[in-house]
Write a protein that binds this ligand. Structure first.
Ligand code: ATP
Length: 514
């Protein structure tokens, strides 16, 4: 199977728009790049995803509490966290096309091209040798593969050194030596490489002086660190404990594309878990496992996730990995799990002059806790569900349908109530069912068009159940319940509906599996 499916991404984007999940922001003015609005179904799915995360963290763990901190923070926060000095991307402009690129990404793309040459070589040989093919031997002996492999390693090493030492001249040199051309225009006429800070800034009050410059937070984590003592004291929390937060973050991404995968305004769900120094690596392993399980329960396919260990650790981390998901663009980061040591709390102690420590009653001493962070992008999770759920099916009668196969507890609408015909009192009966269910489930009452078309509309937005009200309903108080994926119908009594829906559609069905 091909790793990258551009076509699928295009289909998901247009489906998301056509069915009210995601719209380009301020579209009547032709949109704003890398900014999106969530529509009437999108916001429901997003809220369910937040609830699944929040409840898994805060409700199921007595030692994790949640907070909600401001987007604006004291500017010194970002000095302490290192974002003012080091939250940069290396930028390069093409003088002819006037297009701007991330220098490291141009080089990484070049590496990917060489890697794909290797894969083609391997695939060709596999075809030629058939069952006798020994892939490992081929990769370690074929001269062309070895030559390309050594090229890849060499470039990666130089890229790593240039990034780590901040040597922008070397990045430019590498781009020149590799003969990298602007992917759009083919021109090799590049500017020098410059550092570009990813934080958005604005001014507080009316004065435009430096001291009034504040930032839109690039991550939610710092709101947690600066409140460490407030929460620990008022919540009488004891190590180990965690603080969770869901909120907006802003990054002036240079190349923001791939739909809601990389946006300039996005939402994060972050949890910082404070532990005793020395115990962090065992907690790191536990959180890796817990987070992977949380993802797997969504049922998007075990093989669609993998851990990816960071090769270059940030200066503050002593272990870090990503949980990657198989997006239509290939395996990409969905969540980061980082062992951040005591870097952040110590830096805030230094810059604020306040002690950010925990008094351990057993050891009778205070210490700065170490931190394990789990950080997931809500919008990326949303894209994972949408791209995995999007399914085109040809039915037995030759007709086709597009189904959004979302897990029932996350689906925007839980049930659609459909009178078979809009007469003979069936609509009134449907309304009375709707009036009972609406207190517990978001339902839709749809009377327009033929029943088949109404089923298709609900399939497209991922509604797990359609309840059809027909003439028999008026006689024996039963309805047909149609399941979205199997399209199987069962006859059930109206009285049973609340229990059936709550068993199959409630969030606790997912949470109980954790
Ligand atoms: P990337 O390498 O893809 O830029 P990152 O390593 O900078 O991501 P983190 O700083 O670890 O990302 O942020 C934690 C999570 O926030 C990521 O795993 C991702 O899901 C999400 N995230 C980060 N940047 C964006 C963005 N521009 N748009 C949407 N989600 C994002």
């Amino acid at each position: 199977m091909s790793q990258v499916d551009d076509n699928l991404l295009k289909k998901v984007i247009s489906h998301a728009k056509e069915y009210g999940f995601v719209f380009p922001s301020s579209e009547i003015y032709d949109g704003l790049s890398a900014t999106y609005d969530y529509g009437q179904y999108g916001v429901e799915l997003k809220n369910h995803l937040k609830a699944y995360w929040w409840e898994a963290m805060v409700k199921l763990n007595p030692n994790i509490v949640g907070i909600d901190t401001a987007i604006f923070m004291h500017p010194t926060t970002w000095k302490a966290s290192g974002h003012v000095d080091a939250f940069n991307d290396p930028l390069i402009d093409n003088k002819d096309s006037k297009k701007r690129y991330r220098a490291d990404v141009l080089i990484e793309d070049q590496v990917a091209k060489i890697e794909s040459k290797i894969e083609k070589e391997v695939a060709k040989a596999a075809k030629r040798f058939g069952d006798d093919f020994d892939e490992k031997q081929f990769r370690t002996t074929n001269p062309r593969v070895l030559q390309n492999q050594s090229k890849v390693e060499n470039i990666n090493q130089r890229l790593k050194e240039a990034i780590e030492s901040g040597n922008l001249g070397d990045l430019k040199l590498l781009i020149e030596e590799l003969g990298i051309a602007d992917p759009l225009s083919g021109s090799r006429n590049w500017t020098e490489v410059r550092q570009f800070n990813l934080m958005f800034s604005t001014e507080l009050g009316s004065l435009a002086e430096d001291s009034d410059l504040i930032y839109l937070r690039p991550e939610t984590a710092q709101g947690i660190f600066v409140n460490f003592l407030n929460v620990q004291k008022t919540g009488r929390m004891r190590i180990p404990f965690g603080i969770a937060q869901i909120g907006k973050a802003f990054r002036n991404e240079i190349i923001a594309r791939q739909f809601i995968f990389r946006m300039r305004e996005f939402e994060q769900m972050e949890m910082q878990f404070f532990v005793k120094p020395g115990e962090e690596l065992s907690w790191y392993e536990q959180w890796k496992e817990k987070r992977m399980k949380w993802h797997q329960i969504l049922g998007l396919g075990e093989n669609n996730y993998r851990f990816y260990d960071h090769l270059n650790l940030a200066h503050y981390a002593n272990a870090a990995c990503d949980i990657q998901f198989r997006f239509p663009m290939g395996f990409k980061e969905l969540e980061g799990i980082h062992s951040r040591t005591d870097f952040d709390l110590k830096a805030h102690e230094e810059y604020s002059g306040k002690k950010l420590q925990f008094f351990d009653p057993q050891e009778e001493k205070s210490y700065v806790p170490f931190v394990i962070e789990t950080s997931i992008g809500l919008d990326r999770l949303f894209l994972a569900l949408l791209s995995n759920g999007y399914t085109e099916e040809t039915l037995e009668d030759g007709s086709s349908r597009t189904v959004m196969k979302l897990p029932a507890p996350l689906a925007p609408i839980k049930a659609a109530i459909l009178p078979l015909v809009n007469k003979d009192g069936l609509t009134e009966k449907s309304q009375s069912i709707f009036d009972v269910l609406r207190f517990d489930f978001l339902c839709q009452l749809d009377v327009k068009d033929a029943i088949g078309r109404r089923y298709r509309r609900q399939d497209a937005i991922g509604t797990p159940y359609c309840i059809t009200v027909d003439h028999q309903t008026l006689e024996d108080e039963t309805v047909t319940l149609r399941e979205r994926d199997s399209m199987q119908q069962e006859r059930v009594s109206i009285d049973q509906l609340p229990q059936i829906l709550s068993e199959r559609c409630s969030l606790s069905r997912l949470l109980r599996q954790l």
